[in-house]
Design a protein around this ligand. Structure first.
Ligand code: HAM
Length: 423
């Protein structure tokens, strides 16, 4: 029979790798809590319309990359390609903004995009996503960016560059769109068919194109920052002022447009030169019109998402604890020994000791080898003769030393030894 394997672009996280994930998630959760963020958990699947309206019908994500299906001939559903639209949907659905006009929410979980898998690019990947809803103030933009940089720093990810831009409001964008349309008309012969289509439907999306000739044509294209209205310009300047106040270094990249249509004003990306082609480790921005696009009231928002797999590739081993996962292994030889080991291991576990009892019917040699594989520092050998004689052997796996401990004092002695080991 042919073996069943995982889907292309969908990856297992094996037990050796999970300590790194736990370190990342734990660090993220505690720092997000320091900034007043609370966790929200949203479904992995939504009505497709949420993403077509939220992210934009003519974005690559919606046009090419969503896992969409018709549920039993009735309704079009999609696996979420990102979390922002879902978080806003949940806020509107549960009226969270009515109770708390400034919401700080985060979620950690898998996202799905049907991109061509390659190093650093998966079809199921994970994001740490944080959103602030209810404020337009530029200091919030600076604080959100500061949080992102703080988080990356706490994870030991330091070789990164922060780029920012302003994408303006609807008014600036429509002037800019027109300028791009006129500019593209002159290059129509050197554009790929996708960009010809984009230049008509959604000219800003030409900046997502990976085709070399299109990229070259766009070198002299107008830039959004030249089309910002007075309010957007001063918002952007204040964001920069606050970032400097926080001693955060950044570069203004006026060609950065981001791949989702909901952005307004501040947009940012964090890149690294340590990962090759897939160099974006995090991205985000403001989306002051998204709530209205989803049928809600005006709720300005800003947030970011960190790509977990890309961050994990940068987290050094020394930042994670990958030591033995057991404190003690019990090698029980025979049925009577197992009858002793079963309740005894429960007793230790209730005292927060990590215990595993080896399987029955195995030799001592086999059990010691198995104990060694777990990296456990101690093995309690429970032989039937020793049990009847009232004392058992505790073996120190590091130096091979063995000591005989009376069963009546076993729990106390083990606790004492393990505690002194932990200190
Ligand atoms: P995004 O830039 O599409 O933004 O994704 C954020 C991050 O997710 C990227 O910088 C990258 O690290 C990671 N990522 C994206 N696609 C893949 C993939 N196929 N494989 C591995 N990692 C990937 C958003 O998703 C927005 N929702 C961010 C946001 C939140 N904006 C406002 N609030």
């Amino acid at each position: 029979m042919v073996k069943i394997t995982a889907i292309r672009g969908f990856k297992d996280v094996l037990p050796e790798e999970t300590p790194k994930w736990q370190f990342m998630e734990y660090t993220a959760r505690s720092i997000l809590a320091n900034y007043g963020f609370r966790e929200i958990r949203i479904p992995v699947m939504e009505k497709t319309e949420l993403f077509t309206r939220g992210i934009g019908e003519t974005t690559d994500i919606v046009e090419k990359e969503m896992y969409t299906f018709i549920d039993r001939g009735e309704e079009s559903l999609s696996l979420r390609p990102e979390a922002t639209a879902s978080i806003l949907r949940a806020v509107l659905e549960h009226n969270l903004h009515a109770v708390n006009p400034v919401l700080k929410l985060y979620t950690i979980g898998p996202m799905f995009r049907r991109e061509r898998p390659q190093k650093g690019r998966l079809r199921q990947f994970h994001q740490i996503d944080a959103e602030v809803l209810g404020s337009e103030e530029p200091y919030v933009d600076a604080e959100v960016i500061a949080l992102l940089m703080h988080l990356l720093h706490a994870l030991g990810v330091n070789h990164v560059a922060l780029e920012i831009n302003s994408l303006g409001c609807a008014a600036c964008r429509s002037k800019f769109r027109e300028a791009i349309r006129i500019f593209l008309d002159a290059y129509v012969h050197s554009l790929c068919p996708d960009c010809i289509r984009r230049s008509k439907n959604n000219p800003l999306r030409v900046f997502d194109c990976k085709v070399e000739t299109c990229r070259e044509s766009l070198m002299n294209a107008p830039v959004i920052t030249d089309y910002l209205c007075g309010d957007c310009q001063s918002h952007f300047l204040r964001v920069q002022e606050y970032l400097s106040l926080l001693s955060l270094s950044f570069v203004v990249n006026s060609r950065m447009v981001r791949g989702l249509d909901y952005y307004t004003r501040t947009a940012f990306e964090v890149t690294t030169d340590l990962l090759g082609a897939q160099n974006a480790v995090a991205g985000g921005g403001r989306y002051d019109g998204l709530s209205e696009d989803l049928g809600g009231p005006r709720i300005p928002g800003i947030g970011f998402a960190i790509g977990c797999e890309r961050i994990l590739a940068l987290i050094k081993e020394e930042h994670t604890h990958n030591g033995p996962y057991l404190d003690i292994f019990i090698a029980a030889l025979g049925e009577e020994a197992q009858k002793f080991a079963l309740p005894f291991s429960q007793l230790l576990r209730r005292k927060h000791i990590k215990v595993e009892t080896g399987p029955g019917g195995k030799s001592l040699k086999w059990l010691l080898k198995q104990a060694d594989r777990t990296g456990t520092p101690y093995v309690l050998i429970v032989g039937e003769n020793e049990l009847n004689a009232g004392s058992l052997i505790l073996r120190n796996m590091k130096n091979g030393e063995q000591r005989l401990i009376s069963t009546s004092q076993l729990e106390e002695a083990i606790m004492k030894i393990l505690r002194s080991e932990q200190n």
